[in-house]
Unconditional design. Structure first.
Lengths: 387, 387, 387, 387
C-alpha cells in the first residue's frame, strides 16, 4: 500500500541524514531559536548506532536532549538499545497507554453494567461504573496521554496518520515499517494487560471461565478489545462510517499542526494534546455508535489479534460479515482523503497537492516526485537547515 | 438586512487595502512584534488575485504566511483559486466541522436511544450511545475545533457574529456576503454528510427508508439536522430564548476578544477556542432545552434546507408555527444586543457605542459614520499601521 | 459586619490614590515589566471622575488600557459614567453571567425532567435535557466566564471573597460597599432574566401560571433561583455544609492567586479561570447536595429576593427553618476561615496572620493595624511602586 | 521498605545542603534563567531553622520566594514554625484537598442515590446528585487542585510517588519520612471533615445514628472513606488491579515531568496539573471499578483509620479477605515498576536504570551507588549548580 519505491534511491541507509528533523512537532518558538538543531549537532550518537538506526529506517541521529546525550551511560548495552529503538519505543508506549485507557474504559462500562447480576448493584448510584460517555473520556484522554508519552517520535500513534504524514508532509516512507510495527505491538500488548486485569469480570459477565463470545451474542465481551459494527449497517455504511471519522481525524490534526494557520499555531502553548482529547472525544460522541470509531489499524487489529489468541474464536474475524478488514483499510483511505481536503483547500505550504495537477502528476511521473524531493533538499541545505 | 450602503463609498473594490488586517484575532504579543504586518508586506499576491479578492469583498492580500507565499506553487491554477477564496474556504470548513460534530452528536444520541428497538440494547451499559450531555459536548467541541480550522478568516462561523463584528468592530461590511455564503454552505454540506453517515439508523428509527418525519411526530428524526421548539412555548418565548442565548454568546465573545480586559487577554496563551467550548457547552446545558440553541443562521438554516432537500417535507418550515424564521432572525438581534451591552457597559475602545448618542447619531447621520471611518484610517496611517 | 472604621482615617476619599493597583490579578510577567504601571501613569482620567470614583470607594484612576484612554470619546457623558463605575459594572456583569448560567442549568435540568409530562419525552434519549452533573457544569463555567468578563475589577464575583481580600490581602475596605452592591444586583437581575426565559416551562411544571411553590412542595420550582436545604439536615449541618464549602473555596483561590506558590503561579499562562471552573465543578459534585453550595451572598440572596418579588411567597424565607440567612452568613465565615488556614499554614507574604499573635493583636489594638498599613505604604513608595 | 541506609552517610543532617533544589518541578524556562537559584541565595533562613529542617530530613533552606523572605515577620514564632515545616504543611494540605474532593464525591453519589428514600427524589432530574462519573471528576480535580496547593513541596501527594522519586530521581531518601507522615495525616483529617459534613446523610442511609457498616452490607457507607474490592475478585486480581493502575500512574507522571520528552515539556505553560486531572479521571473511568483505584497509601489508609476511629468496626480491616493491606503495598510496587518501565525504555537522563546492569548492580554493591552519588554532586558543583 505504501511501497516507498519512488523515494528509496534518495533515502537509503547510506544517507540517513537526508531528511529534516521532525520539527513539525516543535512549537514555532523552538524553530525560531533553532535549539533543536543545536541538540542534533551536539549529539554523539555513535557510528554503530547510526548504522543500525538507518537500517531500521530511522533518522541516523536519535532524538535525545543534548545534556542527556553527554551522560556517561552511553556505553551501556541497554542504553544503546534504547537509543537505537528510540522512536519505535515511544510509539509502542504511546499506543500502549492509548489502548490501556481506551479498552479499559470499554471493559469497565460494559462489564459493570450487566443487568441482573451483582456487579451493578455495588456501584454508587446503582447504575454501573460508568456510562457510554466514559468511553469517550477513555479514548480521548488515552490519546492525549499517549501523545505526552510519545513526544520524541512525533506521537502518530496510528499507522494511517503516519501514512498521511509520509504522503503529505515529507516524512520519509522508510520510517513507516518500524513505526507500524511498534504501533501494532503497543495495541496488541495493551489488550493483553486489559484482559489480565478484567479476567474475573469477564468470567462473571460471560457466565464462566470457558466462555468467550463475540457480539451479537447476548453476553459477548469481545467488544472490550476491538470494534464490532451495529447490525443494521450495510457493508457500505460500515466503510463510510470509518472513512468519514478518519477523514475528520486527519483534517483536524493537519489544522492543529499547521503553523501557518492562526487558529491553532499562534499564541504559544502546547495545545495539541488537549485538542486531540476533544477531537477523539467528539468522534466518540458523534461518530462512535455505528462502528465504534476504530479509525486506527493499531488500535483495532492489535487487540483483535490478542482477543483471538485469548480464545474468542474465529468469530472475531467473521463477525459483522467479516467486518474486521474495514478498520484496517478505511482509516488509511479516510486519512488520505482528509489530508487531501486540508491540503487542497486550506494548506498553503509544501505538499504534493500544491504541485501540478494537485499532485496527481506524480502518480504517473514518479521521477518528478524524486526530482522535487532532491530539489527541496538542496534548497533546505542552501538555507542552512539541517536535512 | 444589513445593507452596507452607508459604507460602500469608502470600501469599494478600488481601495481594497483600506482596512486593517484582522488582527483582533492575533494575540497581543503578535501585535507587539508586528510579525503579521511583515508577513503582509512580504506577500506577493499577484495583481490578478488581488483584483478578484477585492471584487469578492475580501482584503486584497490573502492572509498567508510569508514562507508559504514564497513557494514556487503560486503559479498553479488551483493554488490561485485557494488564494482568492482563502477566507471563504476557511469559514466553509470551520462551519463544516462545527455542524459535523454538532449534528453528529444529536444523531447519535437521538437515534441510538429508541426504546423498544435493538439499537439501544447493544450499548455498553444498555442505555444508548450518549445522553443529552453528549450534545453539549458535540456542539461545544465542534465550535472549538472549527475555530482551530478557520483561524485564517477570523473564525466567525456564524453570520450573526460576522454581522456584529461589522457593526461594532470595524470589519468592513463588504466582507459579509462572501462570509455569509461560505458559512451557509458549510452547514448545508455537513448536514448532507451526517445524513449519509446515519441513513441506515434513520431508516431504522423512522421505521423504513421512505419515512421522514418532523417533530412532534413520534419517530421524527428531523431534529438531527436543525432545531424545533418545545410545544409549550409561545412565539414570544421562542424568540426570547434564541435572543437571550445569542446575547450571551456575543457578550462573552466580545469579552474574550477584548484586549483591554484583564480577564481573558492577559497572561498569554491562546485560550479563546477553549473558552468557546465552555461557552457553547454552557449555552447547551443552560439554554438548550426550549429551542435547541440554534443561535446561528448557518447552523440552522443550512441543515434545514438540506433536510428539506432530503425529503423531510414541508413540515421543516411549518413545524412549531413556522418557527423556522426565528433561528434566522433572532441570532442577529441577540448578537446585536449583546454587542450593545458589552460596548455600552464594559468596552472602552473604538466602537460606535463610544460615539455621540451611543452611536445612534450615526443612524440618522450616516455621513458622520463615513467621516469617522475616514478619520480613523488617516490616524492609523499616520501611526504606520497597515490599513 | 465588615465596618471599615479602623482604616477610614487613612483611606478617605481625599487620598484616593493611597492604595496599590489591584495587581494581584496580574500575571507575574506583567508585574515584572510594569506595563500596568505605565498604563496608570498614562491615564487621563479627569479630576471630576476621579472625585466621583473616590467618593464611591474606588481607586481614583479607573483601570483602563492606555490606548483606549487616549480615544477622543472621553468627553461623552456615557463614557464618563462607564469610567466612573468601571469596577462595579464589571462585577455586575460578572455575577450576571455567573447566575445566568448557574440558574439556567438548574432550570433546564429541573423543569425538563418532570416525570409523567410531555417535557421529558421530547429529549434525545428520553431522560430530560441534562442530569445533576449539568448543574456542576453550569455553575463551574458560569464562574469561569464571569471571571473573563469581569477581569478589570478583580473578578471577585462574591461578597465573601471581596471581604476576605479586604481582610487578608490589603484590598481597601471602602471598596467593599460598591462591589457588594454590584454583585447583589448582578444576581438579582440575572434571576429575572432566567424567569423570563423559563416562564412557560415553570407554568407547565407547577401546573399553571398562578402557581409558584417552594421546596419541599412536590412541583416546587423555587429551587431554580436559590438554594434550599435537604430535609434531613439539622441547622448546624446546614451551616457547616456552607461553611466547609466556602472554606475550601477561599483556601484554593488563595493558593491559585499566590505568586510565591510554585503550584499555580509558575510557568506562565492564565490558568486561574480554568482552575476556578474545576474548583466550582468540584464543590458542586462533592459538596453540592446538602445545601446546594450557595457559598455566595450575591448568588443566593439576589435570586431569592427576585423569586420573592415574582410571587413565590413568604416560603422563600421560611423554608428549611428560615434557612435563608445561612447562605448569607456562612460564606463570610467560611471564606474568613479558609483565608486563615491558607495564610496561617502556607502563605509567607504580607498578611495580618503573619503579624504578632497571628494578627489577633490587631483586633484589640486597631491602631497597630493602621500603623502597619501606613508603614507598608511608605515602604512601597520608597520602592517606587505606585500606591 | 525504603530504608535509606545506603545513602545516609552522605545525606546526614550535617550536610543538609548536599542535594539539588527540587527543580524538576520548575518549568524549563525557570531553570534556564536560574531564578530559583537566586531565590535560594537570597534567602535568610536562620541557622536555627536550618538545623531543625535538616533534622526533619528537609532541605536546610525552605522553598520561599525571596521577596517574602525579606519580610519583617521572620522573627515571629509561628512564622518560624511555618518555615521549618514548609514542605510537610504543603503535602498535608495537598492531600487534604485531594481527599476532601475525592471522598466528598463518593459520599454525595453514594448517599444521595439510595433507592426508596426521600434523598433521591429531591434531585433535579430525580436520579440522585451525581452518578459514577462524578467520582472520576472528584478525584481528578482533587489531585489537580491539591497540586496547585502543594506547589512548594513538589506536590507528590502520594507516598508511593515520593518513593519512586527517591529511587529514580535523586530525591534524598531522608525526605521520605516527613513527607509520608504529612501525606497520611492529610488523608486522615480530611476523612474526618467529610464525616462531619455528611453525618446526617450517613445516618439516613444506614438507617440510624448507631449504625455504621462496611461493604458488602446492604446499607454500607464505609466505601465513602476508603476502597473495598468487588466480591468477584481473587486476591491476585485485587493486587494486580492496584498494581497496574499505580504502574500507569507513575509511568505517565514521569513522562509529564520529563524535560527531554517533547510531548509534555516543550512549548511552555504549566500543563502538569491539568494532565494529572485527565490521568486520574482516566484511571477512575478505566481502572476504577474492581478495587476503587486507591493507588495511594495516604488516600486509602488515612481515611480507613479515620473510619475505624469513627466506629465502623473491625470490618474495615477484615473486609474483602483483609484487603486493606493491598492499597498500602501495591502502589509502592506499581510505582516502582512504572518508573522502571519509563526509565528502562524511554528516559535518557540520570537514573539508576541507566547504570550498569540496569541499576541492579547497585543492589549488591551499595558502595557503588554512594560513589556515583558523590561523583554526581562533584560534577554539579563544578558546573556551578547549587547542590
Amino acid at each position: 500500500m505504501e511501497a516507498p519505491s519512488a523515494t528509496k534511491e534518495t533515502n537509503g541507509p547510506t544517507n540517513g541524514q537526508a531528511h529534516p528533523p521532525p520539527d513539525m512537532y516543535l512549537q514555532p518558538t523552538q524553530r525560531a531559536t533553532g535549539n533543536f538543531t543545536e541538540e542534533l549537532e551536539g549529539q554523539k550518537t555513535s557510528e554503530n548506532i547510526s548504522g543500525i538506526r538507518s537500517a531500521l529506517g530511522l533518522h541516523s541521529n536519535a532524538p535525545i536532549a543534548e545534556e542527556h546525550d553527554l551522560a556517561e551511560h552511553q556505553d551501556l548495552m541497554w542504553s544503546r538499545v534504547k537509543l537505537a529503538l528510540r522512536e519505535p519505543l515511544a510509539e509502542f508506549f504511546g499506543v500502549f497507554i492509548l489502548v490501556l485507557f481506551g479498552d479499559g474504559s470499554v471493559a469497565q462500562v460494559l462489564l459493570s453494567n450487566k443487568a441482573g447480576t451483582s456487579t451493578q448493584t455495588t456501584a454508587p448510584g446503582g447504575s454501573g461504573f460508568g456510562a457510554y460517555q466514559s468511553i469517550s473520556w477513555g479514548w480521548g484522554l488515552g490519546v492525549m496521554l499517549g501523545i505526552y508519552v510519545a513526544g520524541d517520535s512525533g506521537a502518530y500513534l496510528n499507522p494511517a496518520i503516519t501514512f498521511a504524514n509520509c504522503y503529505y508532509r515529507q516524512l520519509p516512507w522508510r520510517r513507516f515499517p518500524m513505526y507500524f510495527l511498534a504501533q501494532f505491538l503497543g495495541g496488541f500488548v495493551a489488550a493483553g494487560v486489559i484482559y489480565a486485569n478484567y479476567v474475573n469480570a469477564i468470567n462473571a459477565y460471560e457466565g464462566g471461565p470457558g466462555l468467550r463470545t463475540v457480539p451479537p451474542a447476548p453476553n459477548a465481551t469481545a467488544g472490550v478489545f476491538c470494534t464490532y459494527p451495529q447490525p443494521f449497517l450495510t457493508k457500505t455504511s460500515q466503510f463510510f462510517s470509518e472513512f468519514i471519522a478518519s477523514t475528520i481525524l486527519m483534517f483536524v490534526i493537519f489544522a492543529l499542526k499547521d503553523e501557518s494557520n492562526n487558529g491553532a499555531s499562534k499564541g504559544g502553548g502546547n495545545w495539541f494534546p488537549l485538542g486531540l482529547f476533544f477531537l477523539i472525544f467528539g468522534l466518540g460522541a458523534c461518530f462512535g455508535w455505528e462502528t465504534g470509531y476504530a479509525i486506527n489499524f493499531a488500535r483495532d487489529f492489535g487487540p483483535r489479534l490478542m482477543s483471538f489468541a485469548l480464545g474468542y474464536g474465529h468469530e472475531v474475524w467473521s463477525a459483522g460479515g467479516y467486518y474486521f478488514w474495514i478498520p484496517m483499510v478505511a482509516p488509511f483511505c479516510g486519512c488520505w482523503f482528509g489530508g487531501l481536503l486540508y491540503d487542497g483547500f486550506i494548506y498553503t505550504g509544501e505538499s504534493p497537492v500544491n504541485t501540478p495537477w494537485l499532485g496527481l502528476k506524480y502518480l504517473i511521473r514518479p521521477d518528478l516526485a524524486v526530482k522535487a524531493r532532491i530539489e527541496r533538499r538542496r534548497r533546505l541545505e542552501a538555507q542552512g537547515t539541517p536535512v
